[in-house]
Design a protein around this ligand. Structure first.
Ligand code: NDP
Length: 337
């Protein structure tokens, strides 16, 4: 049983030395238990937070412990009445080949209804995050301009497509020409601006001639600096993630811009609200699952998955996620199904 453990806490960007690949024996199960074999492991930006022992909304992974993470598994053997060998389940068994479960917290998946890996992306946590953050906090109205960064990612691609379904003008922000093309051609955004281009702020302004009514914040940093002056009176800003800052060890250089932010919030009566998806919205999951399932079945929502083969490649893929190397929902294929 291969396990990827946290070897040490990163200072700044994580490196391969922060991870350790251990080999342990496959665990045995007893009555009431089942053995899960990981097929897909989800890699997500929040895992950078779990590697750190700074105070957060969730506990840190202990040094020497297996990295946490959402997984899609098959039941390898079962002594549990509710599960049979071969069943597909959504689990939270982390970066390892096998895990023992007592069945709690598992969601059965039907591969005839949707590809099991989608439970880690558009039909799972990232899709749910996009849905609630945009609709409940962003509250977009037809004709408004919605801007979202990390526009081809697991969350951003869904935010933009739901905003289109609600009749909005949607402008994405992404890193590089091929991601920007995909946002427009694959996901149907009205425009997408490359945050790496030197005149990024001017291009964003040109793409938002009516200003910005909803900014779905995934990134922070320079992207937010370009968005702030474009926000309209009564704009809504769901604060979902700040990935540009996750590796930061101190506040950025330069003048303190919080007075500018506060003045803009005040004079334009902007509502900015953070959220942690399952803590705040866990009770609304069924509503999301039903509507997103319908949209997918009707072809109204498209998705892109970025598969990496082999558990041993998870650390490098995770490091790449924080550098924008992924293109779509990042998933490690741990085993053949
Ligand atoms: P993505 O699939 O979007 O992958 C991350 C992307 O972030 C990269 O591909 C890159 O896209 C972009 N990025 C990385 N570094 C930078 C940077 N320095 N500046 C600008 N862009 C950068 O990830 P997810 O969709 O899974 O997550 C998106 C955001 O949502 C994250 O901030 C995450 O923490 C947050 N989140 C929050 C949740 C909550 O409950 N609040 C739940 C789930 C996710 P590009 O190359 O296009 O810039």
């Amino acid at each position: 049983n291969r396990q990827i453990q946290l070897a040490s806490r990163p200072v700044g960007a994580p490196t391969l030395a922060n991870f350790h690949l251990a080999n342990t024996s496959v665990p045995n199960i007893g009555p009431g238990q089942l053995l899960l074999r990981t097929v897909f492991l989800s890699l997500d930006p929040y895992m950078r937070g779990r590697m750190s022992d700074a105070a957060s909304y969730a506990a840190a992974v202990a040094v020497g412990a297996t990295m946490v993470g959402g997984t899609v598994c098959r039941v390898a053997s079962s002594q549990h009445a509710g599960f049979s060998e071969g069943d597909w389940v959504l689990a939270y068994t982390g970066w390892q080949d096998y895990a023992v479960s007592d069945g709690s917290g598992l969601t059965k998946l039907d591969p005839a209804v949707a590809a099991p890996s989608l439970a880690l992306g558009v039909l799972g946590m990232p899709g749910f995050t996009a849905y609630m953050g945009l609709l409940d906090i962003g509250a977009p109205k037809a004709g408004e301009t919605v801007v979202v960064a990390a526009a081809t990612g697991a969350v951003g691609s869904v935010v933009g497509q739901i905003a289109k379904l609600k009749g909005c003008r949607v402008v994405g922000i992404a890193g590089g020409a091929s991601k920007c093309n995909a946002a427009v051609e694959e996901f149907g955004f009205d425009a997408c601006i490359d945050h790496q281009s030197p005149d990024f702020a001017a291009r964003l302004a040109a793409a938002c001639p009516q200003g910005i009514d909803v900014y779905f914040e995934n990134v922070g940093g320079k992207v937010f600096d370009a968005v702030l002056p474009l926000l309209n009176t009564s704009a809504r800003v769901p604060v979902c993630g700040l990935i540009a800052n996750y590796n930061a060890t101190q506040l950025p250089d330069g003048p303190d811009r919080s007075p500018l932010l506060m003045r803009t919030l005040l004079t334009k009566r902007i509502r900015m609200q953070g959220f942690i998806i399952f803590d705040d919205y866990g009770h609304r999951y069924p509503e999301f699952a039903k509507e997103m399932g319908q949209w997918l079945a009707q072809g109204k929502i498209k998705f892109r998955e970025d598969f990496v083969d082999g558990l041993e490649n998870a650390p490098q893929a995770f490091i790449g996620l924080l550098e924008g190397k992924n293109f779509g929902k990042l998933i490690v294929r741990v085993a053949k199904d």
